[in-house]
Structure formats: structure tokens, C-alpha cells
Design a protein around this ligand. Sequence first.
Ligand code: SF4
Length: 510
Amino acid sequence: MEGRDPVSDEVMSSASRKPHMDSNLQLWTGDYFNEGADDRVFFDKLREECGVFGVWNHPDASSLCYYGLHALQHRGQESGGICTVHRREFHYHRGMGLVKEVFDQPRLEALPGKVGIGHVRYSTAGESKLANAQPLVFKWRDGDLAIATNGNIVNAPDIRRELEEAGSIFQTTSDTEVVAHLIARSKAPSIEEAVKESLRRLNGAFAFVFITNDKMVAARDQHGLRPFVLGRLGDAWLFSSETCAFDAVGAEYVRDVRPGELLVFDADGVREERFAEAAPKRAVCSMEYIYFARPDSDVDEVNIHTARKKMGKRLAMDSFVDADVVTGVPDSSISAAIGFAEQTGIPYELGLIKNRYTGRTFIQPSQELREQGVKMKLSAVRKVVEGKRVVMIDDSIVRGTTSRRIVNLLREAGAVEVHVRITSPPFANPCFYGIDTPTRGELIASSKSVEEIRQLINADSLYFLSKEGLTESIGASGAPADAGFCMACFDNCYPTLSEEEAEKAVAAKC
Ligand code: SF4
């Protein structure tokens, strides 16, 4: 099979690359391009994990992946990649930057085939570099293997150490490569059995898509921590981290991939299998509903905009304050601000505007530049807030620095009172399931009372949504009866970890 040199034009095929690896696996690594600091480093916000997209049996698989990834761009802006299979051969391309920067028409045309997987990444484990960009592509005993994943494997460092002691050589710092090594070492007779065996060893949150020269396999962790949905477009099957990507390509949502489920696609059709029983209690990441997912997506059949609106209504009922306008910090808090306004009758206004055209910046973030960054990206609308008592809705308070800046922005624009309402409980614990969070010590809610936080962010009043309020806002939207939510960052109860393991993980992160 033919291919082009990775350095000259970055398009590779499985047969043409010249890997340098240990006996089990061969991984392509390449040079950086389109690299730069993401603009989100300027915000004191949590960072999304990753987005995955998969296509089985569509003649334009790479284009579908492209548009799907474009719709999932909010889940990761650091790197993007697509791998396709054509006549049993792999074609792939990965790069640093946004999807529209990594791919153009010629690059997509160089990715033929009816099967493809794509990935957008924000590094939560592993460094920020092209070698860690996904899909990761390997050679193994049965041919080629590509992997795209969303989530984080908590016990990956332990498994990695064990594998290294047994002779494995790793080419990336991504924990996804750990899974590839487990698959490569498996004696199981087929890829799906090797995947099952490997996934059973993992502790964490994940949505995986694997492709080989003739199969696609998809799986979701036993707790359903990370969202993962199955769709249809004519005769094609699609996978995505969020349903908004199906809307983007005109596909229909079929259902959520079930916790512990493994789906296999090959020449014989589709098979619904399991790698493990589902955990007794589902634990979908509650921050997906609060902040990460797009408002037009449904996670476990709950629409995100609807859930956020209910959070706003619940905040209004639990913490009413007399005010002149309600505003939401764009974009994730606008739905909740509309809900708060509807419930109270206080008018909703666009008191804060996000500048969408600042783009990515290549300047490294010093504290001073962070201050400047927020002002560059967010403005208060003076005519809306001047002389007014403002209710400002936001999704979370991480370190408190951004909240203080936004409250002060409103005050500088003439707001006479600023009342802050947060659509999550206090964020006091780090996440180990694929969300990039600071250490516990850096989380303001881990050591400060609500009153202390109020003073620090310079608000007239502050209220956080309760866990019950959050659960009811999401659950009452039509979630399946067995729905449950991970709230570890609020209550320190990690669904896959014992108390002791959680404390060990927290200590290791410090
Ligand atoms: S700890 Fe928080 S951010 Fe992480 S999966 Fe659980 S709810 Fe989501």
C-alpha cells in the first residue's frame, strides 16, 4: 500500500510507515504542527476531556468523522485525528490544533474507506504533544489497530509499571497505550475477546472505539461515567461522545451505549456483547450536565439545555433574591439563567458577552496575562447592568479567581449589587475520570466556607445548588429509572474507588 512521508505531508498508511517499537506494538509518532497554547488556559475553568466519533459502513467515513469532530470540538481543542480503513489498510492523520486547522480537503481525501474513527483531545493524562494525539495507531500480531478514547484510567500507572517490568516499551505518556499493550499481550483468539480481557483490568471512566483491518469494537465503562451514544445514518452505524455530532451529520440517535457493554461490527453484522456486568449503580458524570456537554446534546436521554434550565429554576426557588436583571456567564450558564429568570419573573439579559473571535494564542499564560485574557474574552454590557442589581449565574467555582474577575467586571460596568448563583454544589475534590482539575488544595471550596468564598469573589450573596437540587434537575428531565450520577468532585465519593484508594489518588495528584 502506498503512503507519504509523515514529515513531508503527514499522511500515513499502515504499510508505508517505518515504526520503531518493541516486539508487541509499533506506534507512529510525528512532528508538531499547529501547536500553540489553547485560549482556555486563560480561564480558571475545568477542561473537558476528549471527544470520540466512529463510523462503520459509510462511503464517506472521513468526512463524517470530520464534521462529527467539529461538533465535538468543545470537548478538546488541543489535537485532532482521524484513522480510516480502506481495503483492509489503514490511513490516518493527526495534528495539533482545532479540527479545521488539522484537516483540509486534500487531507480528508487521503483518508478513504467506509470505516473510520476520529478524536479530539484535551490532555488530561499524558503530555500535550502529537505523539499523544489520537487515534493511536499500532501494529500488532493480527495487523493494524487504532484506538480512540474519552476518559481516564485510574490504575493505568500501575498497569504500565507492570508491563514495563515485563519488557514493554511505551512510546507515549497516554494511558490509552496501556490498553494497546494489554491487547497485544492477550492470548485471546479475537480482537473483541482481547479487548474484553483488557478492559476488565481497568479502573476508571472510558468510552473506547477500536478498529482493526476488518472490525470495529466500541465499549463503555461499567459505571457509564463518560457519555457514549450509538447512531444510524442509512446503512451506517455511528458512535459519538455526544448526540450533537449526530445532528451535525444528519444521523439518528439510536441509544446510549450501556455501561459494561461492548459492540462488535464486522462482515457478519453487529453483535451486542459485554466485557463486564454493569455496576449496580450507574454513575454518569454530573458535570456533563452542568458544564461539559453542549446544550443541544442529550446525555442518557436527558437534554442538557433542559436540565440546566431546571437547575436555574431550582436555584431561584432555593435562593431567591430581589434583583433587576439575571445574566448567565456564557456559554454554559445561559440556559440556567433563562430558567432562573422564568421562575422569578426577573428579566433575563445579556449582561456578559464572550468575544468569540479571539482565537488561540501562542502566549504562555502568566498570572498577569490571565487577568488580561479574561478581559479580552469577556465583557460586561454597561447599558444592561449599570445601576442594576444583578443576579449572575455560573456553572462552578474552581479556584475562585475567574468568579472574582467577572463579579468585578460587572461592578466596573456599574452594577450596584452582584448576587452569584452556582448551578453545582461546591467543587471540593479533584476528578480522576478524565476531567482536568487542579489539586484539592487549589480548589477554593476544599478549604473555604461559602461565606468566605463570597467575600473572596466580592459578591453580595452566593448560593450553590444542592446535590438534591442537582439530581432532581437532571433526573426529572426524563432520565432512565436506573440513572445515577457521579458527584465525586462535590461529595468525595468516587464510584470506582474505595475511600482508601481515593485518598491515595488525591495524595498522588498533590
Ligand atoms: S468527579 Fe466530577 S467531573 Fe469527575 S466524573 Fe465525577 S462528576 Fe464528573
